[in-house]
Write a protein that binds this ligand. Structure first.
Ligand SMILES: [Zn+2]
Length: 79
């Protein structure tokens, strides 16, 4: 006779959530480590700031493209 083995269902354990903003907290999950890009600490909905949402650096590219803050360097600007 076969008996159901324990552990067939994923067991929820302590999981550390590591956010891209550097914040980390502990929750429960089936995996021990979770990587997220936005957490409750840095989410604009909670912070009210537009920050770290775009971790791929598209904001930086946008700035460079439109020259909002940094002047273009390295180009043949002077002739
Ligand atoms: Zn975060």
């Amino acid at each position: 006779m076969w008996s159901l083995k324990p552990g067939i269902h994923p067991t929820y354990q302590r999981a550390t959530v590591q956010c891209a903003c550097g914040n980390s907290f502990v929750t429960r999950s089936t995996v021990p480590l979770i990587h997220v890009e936005v957490c409750a600490k840095c989410h604009p909905y909670f912070t009210g700031k537009q920050k770290l949402v775009d971790t791929a650096g598209r904001v930086e590219r946008f700035r460079q493209k439109y020259g909002a803050s940094t002047p273009p360097l390295g180009d043949k600007a002077t002739g």
